[in-house]
Design a protein around this ligand. Structure first.
Ligand code: ADP
Ligand code: MG
Length: 332
């Protein structure tokens, strides 16, 4: 059984739904932040979710952890629909599924010591024995590779470096021994020189705890470093997905190719011959007809403007949504 199954997930945000607008009797419009996506995370698997800003990555992550409700579709956690979780079950789910955010400084209370910060989830979840709490806090801080833990426990966030603060956020996220983690751009704010250390820690936690992870990032080089499989999103849709090495080294969708050619990926073997992204991200409310990427795609044909492409398998486990793939005389 999968750790997580996301089925036909949609999140539409209404816009212009104010009073004046309703007086003008205009129909409500929506930002289709997530528009019918499907994916799974196996036990101990790290799945990368990539795409430009605005593609729907954070919304997806927040729905998975139930910080947001979907418009429709399902999130199954070990086969069970998370929208049915209430009371005790919901509390248990919140314990087992944790989230790490981009900016550790925002997630850490500046007035709390590190010890108090990491202890808080234990207090919320009713761990009554102070000695047991102390041991768990100490253990979590050390598992986050802040050693010895005693050195950090009485510090405040401002006394630590950015990397150390993100490790504190990680300690806080693992103190309840979760089995699923959503990490939303966890190293984007960190100096390039310390990113690998934090990514190695996440990999280590997968080894030690069997943690499954949804790793959200716009940065393909960190995705390549840590993820088993990768999903590329564009304007609320999945455009390409497969084993990370296939998707990043041999992308087949013009959008993925453009993403890869536009970022410096530290890999000398990388084929940089992709399409260039020529236009800005289109209007998110009035989406283009047919394929959402056509206005920016240098390979688009008339058919692309009319046909909404479905994900099709291009290789074992590797799927892409582009009608041009496999067409004679063209090889996106
Ligand atoms: P990403 O994380 O890939 O940058 P997001 O999931 O944050 O993308 O956002 C996807 C789209 O949904 C964007 O167009 C964003 O402006 C819109 N959006 C996100 N949250 C809200 C909200 N609470 N209300 C309205 N629109 C939102
Ligand atoms: Mg985001």
């Amino acid at each position: 059984m999968n750790m997580l199954d996301v089925k036909n997930l949609k999140k539409y945000y209404p816009v212009n739904s104010g009073f004046l607008y309703s007086l003008m009797k205009k129909e409500t419009k929506y930002v289709k932040a997530v528009d019918e996506i499907n994916f799974s995370i196996g036990e101990g698997e790290i799945i990368g979710l990539a795409g430009e800003s605005g593609s729907g990555k954070t919304t997806t992550g927040e729905i998975v952890t139930r910080l947001q409700e979907p418009t429709s579709g399902q999130v199954l956690y070990q086969g069970q629909d998370t929208s049915n979780f209430q009371g005790k079950e919901l509390k248990n789910f919140r314990k087992l599924c944790q989230m790490i955010f981009q900016d550790p400084y925002e997630t850490l209370n500046p007035r709390f010591t590190i010890r108090r910060t990491v202890e808080e989830p234990l207090l919320i979840h009713g761990y009554k024995d102070p000695e047991q709490r102390y041991e768990k806090v100490k253990d979590a801080i050390e598992r986050a590779e802040l050693r010895p833990a005693e050195k950090y426990m009485n510090s405040f966030p401002h006394e630590l470096s950015g990397g150390q603060r993100q490790r504190v956020a990680i300690a806080r996220a693992i103190v309840l021994d979760p089995i699923l983690m959503v990490a939303d751009e966890p190293v984007s704010m960190l100096d390039v020189s310390i990113r690998a250390g934090v990514l190695n820690l996440l990999k280590q936690l997968r080894e030690d705890m069997g943690l499954s992870m949804l790793y959200v990032s716009h940065d393909l080089s960190t995705i390549k470093y840590i993820c088993d499989r990768t999903i590329i999103m564009y304007l609320g849709r999945i455009v390409e997905t497969g084993p990370t090495n296939d998707v990043i080294d041999n992308p087949v969708h013009p959008y993925t190719q453009a993403l890869i050619s536009s970022v410096p990926v530290p890999d000398p073997d990388m084929d940089r011959e992709g399409a260039d992204i020529e236009e800005e991200l289109p209007d998110q409310i009035d989406l283009p007809s047919g394929c959402r990427f056509w206005p920016r795609c240098n390979k688009a044909t008339e058919e692309c403007k009319e046909t909404d492409p479905e994900l099709r398998q291009v290789k074992e486990g590797h799927y892409a949504a582009c009608i041009l793939i496999g067409k004679e005389g063209d090889s996106p």
